[in-house]
Write a protein that binds this ligand. Structure first.
Ligand code: FES
Length: 128
């Protein structure tokens, strides 16, 4: 793992996230904001798309700005083909974050930029 656990998720460290910790059909949530006392924690969701490419999105639904679900559970449809919000069931494509079913169809998750260096993923800044 890449850093200390926070609420069952992984806090990113300066060493990045190991590629092998990001598995197809699963999600990995890492803390991207709110490490200071009193701040609301926000997480990135990392997974892999149908081609095995890494994807990273802010864990915030486009229907209502709440997390798709708690960071320690897999935030995917039962078939593990799409990301899914646990509140009202919005489904998002892995490769581009587009909502294809549910109350926010046509909206997109906020993509988080990242780089892969030496088999580790380094997340960029999350826009406000
Ligand atoms: S809050 Fe995610 S679908 Fe309603």
């Amino acid at each position: 793992m890449s850093g200390p656990d926070v609420d069952g998720a992984t806090a990113p460290s300066d060493e990045g996230i190991a590629l092998e910790d990001i598995e197809p059909g699963r999600t990995l949530c890492v803390l991207v904001r709110g490490r200071r006392p009193g701040q609301r924690p926000q997480y990135a969701i990392l997974s892999r798309d149908e081609q095995g490419r890494v994807v990273a999105y802010l864990n915030e639904c486009q229907h209502i700005p709440v997390p798709l679900g708690p960071p320690h559970v897999t935030l995917m449809t039962p078939g593990r083909q799409r990301l899914m919000c646990h509140t009202h069931g919005a489904e998002y494509r892995l490769n581009d974050g587009l909502c294809t079913a549910g109350p926010c169809t046509g909206e997109r998750l906020t993509a988080i930029p990242f780089e892969v260096r030496q088999r580790r993923v380094f997340l960029g800044c999350v826009g406000q």
